[in-house]
Design a protein around this ligand. Structure first.
Ligand code: NAD
Ligand code: ZN
Ligand code: ZN
Length: 353
């Protein structure tokens, strides 16, 4: 394929100081290193992690100035001299895991998100809220040519992460899983992956719009955390024998549900923590955790194999997140809605406007 014309400058959303805002401005286009590709990002999903990164919520420093974004779907327009298995013109995705060393004990076992040298898109390296973004070739998601770049973008973080979390939960077909934060970006995906994996879903979120969305995506039951008088009992009651769900997937961005989950999970059940509320702690009664044999685990994005499996569900038409598209220039408005918990599904930004 002939070389692409790559401009010197491009539009980007740049966070110049921790706490924000993101500023829409022109910045130079970078050149890929020997093991990297340059992707012309067409669309990028907006994950709550991008807001955490801008706000400096976590005990891990971001680069600064920072271009956020880690659900970028686009076209490979340049590649380094060592890259051989991706062609110019191929579709590819920028994930949270931008690169890893491929040599440490974690990388050797395909636990690359745990690599001590991991590069994180939109956090420690610039991400997909720009028209041209760089990633290590080994880690970019391989997207089929016929896939819709706008629709697939949210799979690149939300999809991979919840799919991996469901696998980590060990829940088996026919069992019940509670999805906490089910109306948000990760939650909307989680309902569909869980259903496709043969699970019954109890969605937990707040408000009628989120209730409707969860029901439409296939949740068997919905518990409203804002109006429920006894959330623990309501979640248990949503299972036929009243003993609670076999697994809980925690996606909410607040601490309270992290404390509640062990109260309603079934004995022998598993609580999977994925959401990352700022300054939050897990607290569970030791007595109950022991005598009910409850497992509490963290789950963090996914590896390259999880990525391809999560994309395969999308390719088969089993998952499709409800999304709204706005221009990259409107990113700050998306953050405002996100902060208020008003987003149903995902916002996707179009980098051409
Ligand atoms: P989102 O804002 O789209 O969704 C969060 C949802 O939680 C909203 O619908 C909100 O209404 C709901 N919620 C808030 N309080 C609740 C409560 N008490 N009970 C039930 N629901 C409640 O956010 P998102 O993009 O889906 O991301 C969710 C979290 O997951 C963020 O903290 C993000 O950083 C984290 N995340 C983690 C990983 C990982 O690998 N572990 C990957 C991606 C995102
Ligand atoms: Zn994310
Ligand atoms: Zn490594």
């Amino acid at each position: 394929m002939a070389a692409f014309e790559i401009p010197e400058e491009q539009w980007a959303q740049v966070v110049e100081k921790s706490g924000g805002p993101a500023v829409y401005k022109k910045i130079p286009v970078q050149k890929p290193g020997p093991d990297e590709v340059l992707i012309n990002v067409k669309y990028s999903g907006v994950c709550h992690t991008d807001l955490h990164a801008m706000m400096g919520d976590w005990p891990l420093d971001t680069k600064m100035p920072l271009v956020g974004g880690h659900e970028g779907a686009g076209v490979v327009v340049a590649r380094g001299s060592l890259v051989q298995d991706i062609e110019l013109g191929d579709h590819a995705g920028i994930k949270w895991l931008n690169g890893s060393c491929l040599a440490c004990c974690f990388c050797m076992q395909a636990d690359e998100p745990l690599c001590p040298h991991a590069l994180l898109s939109g956090y420690t390296v610039d991400g997909s809220f720009q028209q041209y973004a760089i990633a290590k070739a080994a880690h970019v998601a391989r997207l089929p040519k016929d896939c819709d770049l706008e629709e697939v973008a949210p799979v690149l973080c939300a999809g991979i992460t919840v799919y991996k979390g469901l696998k980590e939960s060990g829940a088996r077909p026919g069992q019940y899983v509670a999805i906490v934060g089910a109306g948000g970006g990760l939650g909307s995906m989680a309902i569909q992956y869980a259903k496709a994996m043969g699970l019954h879903v109890i969605g937990i979120d707040g408000g009628d719009e989120k209730r409707e969305s969860c029901q439409k995506l296939g949740a068997a039951a919905f518990v409203d955390f804002m109006s429920s008088k006894d959330l623990v009992q309501d979640v248990k009651d949503a299972t036929p024998d009243g003993l609670g769900p076999h697994a809980v997937i925690l996606l909410a961005v607040s601490e309270k549900p992290f404390q509640q989950a062990t109260e309603y999970v079934r004995s022998r059940g598993t609580v999977i923590c994925i959401g990352l509320p700022a300054h939050a702690f897990l607290k569970a009664p030791v007595f109950d955790t022991v005598i009910r044999m409850i497992t509490i685990k963290g789950s963090y994005v996914g590896n390259r194999q999880d990525t391809q499996e999560a994309l395969d569900f999308y390719q088969r038409g089993l998952v499709k997140v409800p999304f709204k598209t706005v221009g990259l220039s409107e990113l700050q408005d998306v953050y405002s809605l996100m902060r208020e918990g008003k987003i149903v599904g995902r916002y996707v930004v179009d980098t051409s406007r």
